[in-house]
Design a protein around this ligand. Sequence first.
Ligand SMILES: [Mn+2]
Length: 428
Amino acid sequence: MSRIAILSDAHLLIQAERFRDENYRSPRGEISLENFNRVISQVIAEQPEAVILAGDMFDEREKGGEWVADSEAAKYWPEIRNELERLIAHTTYGVYALRGNHDSGSVLKELEDHLGDGFHFVRDEERDIGDHRVYFLETRYRQGSYRIPVEQLPGEGEILIMHETLPWGGIPGLEEELFQELSRRFCLLFDGHMHHFARSPLDIPNFYALPALIPSRELKNAFTVKYEWPGDLDNPEAKDSPFGYVILDGNDISFQRYAPIQSIVKVEIKGNSPAEVVTGVNEVYSALMKREDRDKLWVWISARGVMFRGTVTKETNKYPEINTLDDIDIQPRKEDRKSVELRGLDKVITLSELEAKALASLAWRDRDLAESLFDEIFTAENLSRRADSNLQRFLFQKLLELAAPHYGVSPERLNSFLLRVDPLWKRR
Ligand SMILES: [Mn+2]
């Protein structure tokens, strides 16, 4: 039987960030390209006859969901294309690519046009690859629980490649019965998107979840070293790399690990107050600074006991040698959330209902101010927008402008205050 390598979720272009300089690539982007280069060499050494890409190999979005500008992604393409060409040159049947939920169809189409016969962009169709028959199921990914139109899919087949959310650990995804149904129709199922290798997820024996090929900002809880605070900082928990790919060879299906050039460090700070979190961050970072590989770390933090990310980044910024990823997870202590008793409210209410209740509870003098706050600050539009620092700054200023006359603060004093705090905002 033909030997096939299955690769997934490299998220290569998620590293393309908004730098104005035409030639500048971020250090994270460089590391990703280096990892990609090395893992492709490792795959080639396995001598697969064909390579399947099971989605989200390229990615067209930044972490925040913004589109990566073409000019940014363009800086990465020559090397990515080189690696794909190298891969194609070393295989008999070339590369077959499924689109993931982060990939753009036009990017994959373009690759097909440029890379020639060796690159196949496949969606909802079956292909003969060597002596295998492989069906490529176009992703139907949606947030939450969802279904796919199984009635449109083939009634039987050999291998199914897909890119869908597994309903794992209480988090909804594609309905479990649909995975069961597909496992009855196909001999073997491989699913990208989950970033972790698993045999027989959902107790389906002929089902495999694919690992992420290399680290990206889309880490999905993958780490190789973990520091807990409070805890033993001299002996952090170490794990084997969760990154790699799958080799299908006859009846043998194996996970091949790839050891990335950077260590992925998870830092968990369990504090009871912001002051404790500050202490914790500094103690952990002192331990990180003692590591020989301190310039090759990707650190992501979750902190309990603090309300604002800024409290954490203010500390981590003191250690420029340590690469701290920006998706810091903040969990206020449960006790920090003061329970507000809203009498008579036992259901989810609309914004206008909330406004009516709030206004009814205030004296006329405060009612005017509250009304203008609802009109200009707590609007449905503002609440549904991503509050980046620009929006935060705008709303903060607006809030003070509305409140100042109410509390007898003169416009001059307000303006001089705003001018003084303005440079403190982080600009985007
Ligand atoms: Mn995905």
